[in-house]
Design a protein around this ligand. Sequence first.
Ligand code: HEC
Ligand code: HEC
Length: 319
Amino acid sequence: MLTIFRLLIVRDMMKLMLFIPFFFTLFAYANEPITPIPQSIAYDKEKALLGKKLFFDTILSKDKTLSCASCHSFLHGGADGRKVSIGVNQAQGVLNSPTVFNAVFNFSQFWNGRAKDLNEQALGPIHNPIEMGLSLEEAVQRLQQDTYYHQAFMAITKKSTITQDDLAHMIAEFEKTLITPNSKFDRYLMGKETLNEQELKGYTLFKTLGCITCHNGVNIGANSYQKMGSIIPLERDTPIDDRYAITKREMDKNVFKVPTLRNIALTAPYFHDGSVPTLYEAITKMLYHNLGIELTNETIDALVAFLNTLTGDIPSGDQ
Ligand code: HEC
Ligand code: HEC
């Protein structure tokens, strides 16, 4: 009896020891306000593969010229590199395309958070007249009539008709795969890499100046709504698609979902209206309007250097 007991203790101790390195990695960033992107998250492979095909397929736009990837290109960090997006028939959008990378970690979707998750978001661009401009009835009908898609959906859903929900669901499942682990900064948090002096100075400033109050968590943002111009108001004639458009509360004018700073070096131009071409300028504006401070070039360069460490492994996007 005693031997069994001892054996059990030894076995449990060994189990515990296996966990020790794990605890160390946890502790390494337990006190940090930013947490690393996980190496992978759970998703359904079959659905994601179908979602991937849909994401890159122009079948979902009215004139078959645009796919989701046209405005969320893997060559532009999951955005489109334009000031504002251009939809079917060259329709000029009013908003800058946000990245789809790590969007699964956003607490809501769109600049003003009007979709609660990726499922709810996915159908929006298809029937938006200044994006893909295709009615959802027609979108589903096109897929239904396409032999490949019809069979692929049936194999997964076991139903003979494709619904709008099915369509959203496959795309959302694919988007779960678009996470970007292993940035230099995440590797630093995990104790696997060192930051150089300037990068480290940038990170310290990011925390001490107060950027961190709005840009924190796994996505370094995307977990609260904040005012653009919270300290020194922005002169702007017509705020567009801000929180006010949803709540109609005066205090929500110029309030947006704080954007993620993951891969930020790849997604210029910046801000909801794409009004700012460089990171340097974006930081200068943030400092002035949202923290009420003006700083030297050297300080801003350090913040840029820190933001440059936030670029992770980019999904391959091969079709
Ligand atoms: C014509 C360009 C265009 C196309 C095509 C397009 N998008 Fe977007 N996407 C945008 C713009 C612009 C926004 C921001 C709109 C807003 O906030 O109101 C956006 C927002 C998003 C967001 C929210 C990200 C965030 O941080 O809030 C996701 C996710 C997304 N799109 C996925 C998709 C998917 C999936 C498709 C294909 C079904 C698609 N997009 C097609 C331009 C486009
Ligand atoms: C009060 C909250 C708040 C603080 C503090 C803050 N930000 Fe922001 N940040 C935002 C909001 C909101 C936006 C979106 C503004 C817009 O689109 O008009 C934003 C946008 C940005 C962008 C552009 C992101 C994109 O994808 O377009 C960068 C870069 C940025 N912030 C960096 C910083 C840095 C660096 C600091 C510290 C100097 C900082 N922010 C402080 C709320 C904040």
